[in-house]
Design a protein around this ligand. Structure first.
Ligand code: NAG
Ligand code: NAG
Ligand code: NAG
Ligand code: NAG
Ligand code: NAG
Ligand code: NAG
Ligand code: NAG
Ligand code: NAG
Length: 627
């Protein structure tokens, strides 16, 4: 049926194309065909597979049984599909015994990866939803994330015992704690139980599964698989809902789009609390039977050696990773591997070709798509620098679009009729995707926080009366329809591969500094990917103790969110509505030749702030000073 449809579509397509003969579209014929086939295939597979992830995984177990599913680099442990299945069954049975039922939430806070997948999968088997918490979070942000998920329990890794102890008292008394890994009853918060002995005493039988196959019209509530936290564009982390169908779709899009095979071995060194590592990566194992090599932390020096050791054929990256790899000294192993494809997002055009030639990686499988996004794109035909393609002659087929935004205020620009204005080739614009709520393929599942969801949705975008998801990213399209990533809009920026929410940083700094006014910006540093955080602090009487501030900061924020630059000034400018005016500061950057205020730089080798003078500035700009 799918094949028939493909044929019919291609024929229709060729006919349409003939009408356009002589136009540049013809040059992108292969792209259009691939684009079309990929999305048609996915739609069909999706409708056919009205299954939950545990059910799809059960099929993989049946088919691949003793094949290695996961390899944990570090311990070297290997789990077959059967073993992963048994482990997750134990988890499910244990939770059932403890009275957890469908719809309950359990927070997962672990650094080590060995049991991570088995834990959330086991929960999913009985309809318990995991809240995947970023293990870098501490204090307020950690409490906030657990709190907004309404988790009834937290499973934490023993390596995070200290972080757990710090927040234990601010968490609800009814929240159960389970500790995985090394057991030290003296260190863990009171009432904590040790997970492993409990699991060992539990049966590996298939648990009774709730009957909730997802269907086209089933409600979102019944489909929830887990929550992934995003910083989005404002405030504290938000819990984005991942439903079974979205998990499937994200994994399947890259699997079919980039023509992967079950025999591929995938190297996944991205954090599993994010969609890239846990869905795009691990999903290939659970759903498509691939072996996934999971590494706790990315290591630039071990990267290619690992690939050789495990015969990896596909590696995952985020933009930063590629740059770190290029910064490594050359060695033989970097092109003796069997890697045929690098899969990820954020690879800059400026290092694209250097990356493929130096490391001998034939294809870059760059894709674009936020966890909660309504507009996924993929560079399915190996086009240098692009993160996707959207056929400009079939815009109705995949309703995404770039629309004009005011680059200062980041507001959508609308025409006289009140509808957004689409961008032409070469014009940067915000990527938006039309929302069609009752079509599961075009649905926006949103955040746990309803009012946060509403902020990501705009009305009258394609035409009057419709609604669309705002990606928050600025892209540029070329004449043919290839899309290139440009920047994020709004007040979140990327640094070291993570999203930094300026609002969140401002809030934390302000608290540490006796509620002084703090304005955080991302500033560009030549040669560095993303933007470095720069905090402007209003300190008229110069009362800040920098040494104490650095110590407090280390406890309160993960490394990537700590401001790289500080600027002390008598007062920050505010608007009439008491909003900070950021644009001037963003423009002035961190140049002591321009700014007369006192500037400081976070020297990461010393772990403290040092005064930023003209000489240090020069060494930062030239790339000599490590950031
Ligand atoms: C947790 O959430 C409840 C309401 O759901 C709220 O009353 C409480 O203040 C929150 N606690 C923290 C520490 O945010
Ligand atoms: C995580 O790894 C560390 C060593 O890297 C180990 O001490 C700890 O027990 C591990 N925790 C779990 C939950 O496996
Ligand atoms: C990698 O491939 C080689 C030869 O094809 C094989 O001998 C070796 O066992 C494989 N290694 C792993 C970890 O699968
Ligand atoms: C992708 O493009 C690069 C350069 O344009 C080329 O060297 C490489 O062979 C292509 N890879 C595939 C799989 O077609
Ligand atoms: C950052 O935000 C974007 C868009 O919301 C999302 O696609 C990406 O996964 C986020 N990355 C991290 C590291 O949180
Ligand atoms: C809209 O939403 C769904 C996810 O909810 C996504 O799969 C789809 O690709 C999005 N974009 C478009 C243009 O429909
Ligand atoms: C929900 O989102 C709104 C707007 O983003 C925010 O003001 C509110 O504090 C959020 N509520 C919670 C419980 O996080
Ligand atoms: C504050 O506003 C004044 C007047 O518009 C401007 O001259 C000054 O540069 C601004 N200060 C900062 C730190 O942006």
């Amino acid at each position: 049926c799918v094949r028939m449809l493909r044929l019919a579509c291609s024929t229709a397509l060729l006919f349409v194309l003939r009408l356009f003969a002589g136009l540049p579209w013809l040059q992108v014929l292969p792209s259009i065909v691939i684009f079309f086939l990929v999305y048609v295939t996915i739609s069909f597979l999706h409708l056919r597979e009205r299954n939950t992830i545990p059910k799809l995984f059960a099929k993989s177990v049946k088919k691949y049984g003793d094949k290695t599913a996961l390899i944990f680099e570090g311990t070297g442990e290997k789990w077959s599909f059967k073993e992963l299945d048994d482990y997750s069954n134990r988890v499910a049975n244990l939770l059932l015994q403890r009275g957890f039922t469908e719809g309950d939430v359990i927070a997962l806070f672990m650094e080590n990866h060995s049991q991570y997948v088995g834990l959330w999968l086991g929960m999913a088997k009985i309809g318990v939803e995991a809240a995947l918490i970023n293990f870098n979070l501490r204090l307020e942000a950690l409490v906030h994330c657990v709190n907004i998920s309404s988790a009834r329990a937290v499973v934490f890794g023993s390596e995070l015992t200290d972080a757990m102890c710090e927040v234990h008292s601010s968490m609800g008394k009814t929240v159960k704690l389970l500790c995985a890994g090394e057991w030290d009853p003296k260190r863990v918060p009171e009432g904590t139980e040790h997970l492993e002995p409990l699991l060992e005493a539990t049966s590996t039988n298939q648990p009774r599964q709730p009957d909730r196959s997802f269907t086209v019209f089933s409600s979102i509530l019944l489909d929830r698989l887990f929550y992934i936290y995003t910083s989005g564009t404002t405030g504290m982390p938000k819990a984005a809902i991942v439903v079974h169908s979205r998990y499937y779709r994200m994994a399947a899009l890259v699997y079919y789009g980039f023509r992967m095979k079950p025999e591929d071995v995938l190297y996944d060194c991205l954090p599993l609390y994010h969609s890239a590592g846990n869905i795009v990566g691990v999903g290939q194992c659970l759903i498509h039977g691939m072996t996934a090599v999971i590494r706790k932390k990315f290591s630039a020096s071990k990267f290619w050696d690992d690939c050789i050791k495990y015969n990896c054929t596909i590696v995952q990256y985020i933009g930063e990773i590629c740059r770190y790899l290029l910064n490594q000294p050359k060695k033989d192993t970097e092109h003796q591997h069997k890697v045929r494809m690098a899969l990820g997002n954020g690879l800059r055009q400026s290092i694209w070709e250097e990356f493929t030639t130096r490391f001998n990686v034939p294809q870059i499988a760059e894709f674009y798509g936020a966890t909660e996004c309504n507009c996924s794109l993929g560079n399915f035909d190996n086009k240098t620098g692009a993160c996707g393609f959207n056929s400009r002659i079939l815009p109705f087929f995949y309703p995404i679009r770039l629309v004009k935004v005011d680059e200062e205020t980041m507001e959508l620009i609308r025409g006289p009729d009140g509808v957004c204005i689409p961008c032409g080739p070469g014009e940067p614009g915000q990527l938006v995707g039309r929302i069609i709520q009752n079509d599961p393929l075009r649905r926006f599942d949103g955040y746990v926080n309803q009012s946060a969801s509403n902020k990501k949705v705009a009305q009258d975008v394609f035409k009057k009366g419709d609604s669309a998801y705002l990606s928050g990213d600025v892209l540029v399209m070329d004449d043919y329809g290839y899309m290139y990533f440009k920047d994020r809009t709004g007040d979140t920026f990327r640094w070291k591969g993570e999203n930094v929410s300026t609002t969140e940083v401002e809030g934390t700094l302000s608290r540490l500094l006796d509620m002084k006014d703090v304005v955080e910006n991302g500033v560009e540093v030549p040669g560095a990917e993303g933007k470095a955080g720069m905090a402007a602090i209003a300190d008229p009487d110069r009362s800040t103790d920098l040494a104490k501030f650095s110590r407090d900061l280390e406890k309160a924020l993960p490394p990537y969110a700590r401001p790289v630059f500080l600027r002390f000034l008598p007062e920050v400018n505010k608007t009439g509505t008491f909003k900070f005016q950021k644009t001037d500061m963003r423009r002035e950057g961190f140049d002591p030749n321009v700014i007369s205020d006192k500037l400081y730089f976070l020297d990461c080798t010393k772990g403290q702030y040092v005064e930023l003078n003209v000489e240090l500035h020069r060494s930062i700009v030239s790339g000599k000073q490590k950031l």
